[in-house]
Structure formats: C-alpha cells, structure tokens
Design a protein around this ligand. Structure first.
Ligand code: NAD
Length: 355
C-alpha cells in the first residue's frame, strides 16, 4: 500500500523485507528440531538438484583478499533468484572471529524485489551438512556406522548431526590439530548422544571408519589424508578444500577415487580436483540423484564427494526458510526498499525526509 504524498515517512507495505536474524534462525531450527530440519532441508536440496537444468548457474564470484576469500553465490529459476555473501578466513578464529560468516537474499524474479533477507552463517553450516549427508546416502557403503571427523571446528557438529539424521551414523572418531577443538566437539556431541572416540592423529582417526569427513581450514595445499591411510570401499566427504590453493587430500587419493561433484565448472577451480588435469572425469551429483548416472559402482570403490558448496544449496535453504517463516514471528520486517508513492518520484520522497 502506497502512502499519500502528504503523509508521514512511515514505510509502506512494499518497503518491508522479512529479515531472519541469527537469534531467530536458531529459535526456528530448535522449534522444528535440528534433525527434522536437516532432513527437510536435504529434501529441498535433493528436489532442486533433481531439476538442475532449470537453474541459471555460474561459478561463484570470488574476491581473493589477504588471509581469505569473499564470495558471492547467485542462482535463479523461473520465479526466484537467490544469492549468498560468504567469506572464508582460516586465521579468523585466532582473533575471535568465525572462519565463515554469511547472509543471503531471495528475490522474486518477476519484480526483482527481495522477499527474504536472512543470516546464513548458521544456515550455511546446516546446508553444508545436509548436502554432505544427502550425498553420503547415495555414495557411502551400505550399513556404514563409523565416521572419522578430521577438523573439529564450527562445521563439525552440524556434519555429525546430519549424518545421524540422514544416514544413521552415531559413532564418531574425532581429530583436530588443536586438542581444544576436539574437546569442544566431544562435549557438544556426547550431549547429543553420540559415541565419541578422540584420536591422536588423522591416521588414528580413520581406523575402522567407513566414512571420512575432512573439515579443516588452512589456506594451503594441505595433506590431511595420504593414499596409504585410505582403504578400499570407503566414502570421503571432503569439505575443507574449497578455494584455489586450499585443498586437503593427496592427489594419489583422487586418482583412485570415483569423484562426485556439485558443479564441475566451479569445482575444477576450487575443489580437490584443482590438483588434477582439467579433463579428469568426474560425476555430477544431480545426474546420480536423477538416476541418470551410476553412484557407487561396487562395494570396493573409494568414493569422494569433492564438496565446495554450490549456490543451489543456498537457494534451497532460502526457499525452505521462506516457507517455514510464513505466518510466524521468526522474522521481523526491515524497512529496506524505498517505496515512493509515485514510483518515479524517488527524489520527492527523499526531499520530504528533510522537512
Ligand atoms: N564445502 C562447503 O560447502 C563448505 C561450507 C562451509 C565451510 N567449508 C570449509 O570447511 C572448513 C571448516 O570450516 P569451519 O567453519 O569448521 O572452520 P573452523 O576454523 O571453525 O575449523 C577448522 C578446524 O580445522 C582444524 N585444522 C586445521 N588444520 C588441520 C589439520 N592439518 N589437521 C586437523 N585439523 C586441522 C583447526 O584447528 C580448526 O579446529 C573450512 O575450510 C571452510 O572453508 C566448506
């Protein structure tokens, strides 16, 4: 509703965009229940992967800055456009900052008007975990019960929760170069009912594990896993290699693994496969989910999800949150869009503010 020119400067209906704060996203997830939230979110991601060709796609726009990266991740279908702002600064935790922070916007394609603005730091941890566990449902060895988790920082517990919610994995072997990170994860995860073993090295952590999650943060070609540490028939969920010059796995592992990716055009720049020739074969997950391509070939195959995080996962998360907040108090209205009573009289509205 547009206000008459003579009225005060109170925002009109069109000025408002629903905003979901950090406090509200946490309330919302607890309200739904984190395991149900992760399963439903994975359902949204799977549904969007299954209609992959409908999306406008591009590798994310990365600005490499000293100590990290700042990225914009856009995508759109016929009706909605979404983007996420996200950073990755591995040294941030030393000064009390998060390695990864994010927020996102969903807009209507028909008008370009935003319909949702939300925090996405917590939501990124949830969507990354939901994607990992969804992919593991397709690729992990049947009956997997034990997961090694190398890197016990901010993403760690969310990954664990998603693997339990979607794959039934409840036994975890934790390792981090910083023992205080492992102690934190152990405390948090035991409180959630997980069976935890803390390990003295990455090599120790992978013993008896059927799934290995690498979730470290270091801006270098790191070698968290070497080929001799990884047996046949396992599934590797590699999260932390997601930027040029930032990887976690020795290339020999990649040469022997069946490699599954989100969007090859982005993964070849940012993923573990940046270490391989550009034509090295990879399988696109959306085709596996549609049943058009084989997932795990046999029980002996080593499978690798070379995760970098793609815009469609954020789009799915934005879409899911938008649906959830309808008619609730989990969002507040922000006066975000200028809405002059005559759409072409933006200046008139601006001038009235001086009076
Ligand atoms: N693929 C995706 O979609 C996606 C999404 C979010 C984050 N990430 C990436 O996941 C990684 C983890 O993110 P986070 O928010 O948990 O970071 P974080 O900084 O909170 O935690 C990283 C942990 O890794 C540990 N670590 C570093 N080097 C290690 C090594 N060599 N061996 C064992 N542990 C080591 C650190 O001590 C720290 O506890 C980052 O690299 C981030 O960029 C990827």
């Amino acid at each position: 509703m547009n206000l008459p020119a003579s009225s005060n400067l109170a925002p009109s209906e069109l000025a408002y965009v629903p905003f979901v704060s950090v406090a509200n996203i946490m309330r919302l997830v607890h309200h739904v229940g984190i395991e149900r939230f992760l399963r439903d979110l994975a359902g949204h991601i799977e549904a969007d992967f299954k209609r992959w060709p409908e999306f406008d796609k591009t590798p994310r726009v990365a600005s490499h800055v000293p100590g990290g990266v700042i990225e914009l991740m856009p995508t759109a279908d016929d009706t909605l456009y979404g983007f996420k702002y996200v950073n990755g600064h591995p040294k941030n935790t030393r000064t009390g900052h998060q390695t990864v922070t994010a927020f996102g916007v969903l807009s209507e394609v028909s008008t370009g008007y935003p319909v949702l603005l939300t925090e996405m730091t917590v939501l990124t941890a949830l969507r990354t975990a939901a994607t990992s566990a969804l992919v593991a449902k397709y690729l992990a060895p049947t009956g997997a019960e034990i997961m090694a988790m190398i890197g016990n920082g901010a993403q760690c517990e969310f990954q664990a929760m998603a693997f339990r919610a979607l794959c039934g994995i409840n036994r975890l072997r934790l390792y981090d170069i910083d023992p205080t990170a492992t102690a934190k994860a152990k405390r948090n995860l035991e409180a959630q009912g997980f069976e935890i073993t803390t390990c003295s090295s990455a090599q120790d952590a992978v013993i008896s594990a059927e799934v290995i999650t690498t979730c470290t943060a270091d801006k270098q070609y790191a070698t968290i896993l070497t080929d001799n540490m990884v047996g046949r028939g396992l599934h590797i969920n590699a999260i932390g290699g997601d930027c040029p010059g930032k990887t976690e796995l020795h290339p020999d592992i990649l040469r022997r693994a069946g490699i599954f990716v989100e969007y090859p055009e982005q993964t070849r720049i940012e993923g573990e496969i940046q270490q391989l020739p550009e034509d090295h074969p990879v399988t696109e997950l959306w085709q596996v989910m549609r049943g058009e391509t084989e997932g795990r070939r046999d029980a002996a195959q080593l499978t690798l999800f070379d995760s970098v995080g793609f815009a469609i996962e954020d789009f799915s998360a934005l879409r899911y949150v938008r649906n959830l907040i309808q008619g609730t108090n989990f969002a507040e209205n922000l006066d975000m869009l200028a809405d002059p009573d005559d759409p072409r009289d933006l200046f008139g509205m601006f001038e009235r503010a001086a009076r």
